[in-house]
Design a protein around this ligand. Structure first.
Ligand code: ZN
Length: 170
């Protein structure tokens, strides 16, 4: 048992944390939480640049002790070019399932000055829930109050935390 593992009555509970940021540029579509968002700019990235899904993937990989998203889906690999991050999320889920873990819950936060994304959140949750087989997905959104590069609208970032535990889905 390492320091990140808590064992209690044969239940292993592990916490994970993830963060991601991408620059906003003209001429690219904007995807957040697997949903295409109407906006004049999109993410500069090798994949579709979905910061929310990337943060969630990183939290799940971290919780399972599997490193980070760059190890599993390197941006030097052509097969991940413009890939939907929903596919990366599914692959990540498969990796943690293989180790015998299931997701207990995920909480996340998107920080974007623009566009307003609150009206898209239910749709994001349903896309993510379908892949991760849990309804315990929380997505929150805020602005950066005009501060720094995110506040100036140059980038969007996301944070995610998750709890996974040993066990299988029903
Ligand atoms: Zn990313």
């Amino acid at each position: 048992m390492n320091s990140r593992t808590i064992e209690h009555q044969n239940t292993t509970i592990r916490i994970g944390f993830g963060y991601d940021i991408h620059r906003l540029v003209k001429g690219k579509p904007l995807y957040l939480g697997g949903v295409k968002i109407k906006f004049k700019k999109g993410m500069l990235a090798h994949s579709d640049g979905d910061v929310l899904l990337h943060a969630i993937c990183d939290s799940l990989l971290g919780a399972a002790g599997l490193g980070d998203i760059g190890i599993h889906f390197p941006n030097s690999d052509k097969k991940f070019k413009n890939i939907s991050s929903l596919i990366l999320l599914e692959k990540t889920h498969n990796l943690i399932k293989k180790l015998g873990y299931k997701i207990e819950n995920i909480d996340s936060m998107v920080i974007a000055e623009q566009p307003k994304i609150s009206s898209y959140i239910e749709n994001m949750k349903s896309k993510i829930s379908k892949i991760l087989k849990t309804k315990n997905i929380s997505i929150k959104a805020t602005t950066n109050e005009g501060v720094g590069n995110i506040g100036k609208g140059k980038a969007i970032c996301a944070y995610a935390v998750c709890i996974i535990k040993n066990g299988k889905y029903d």
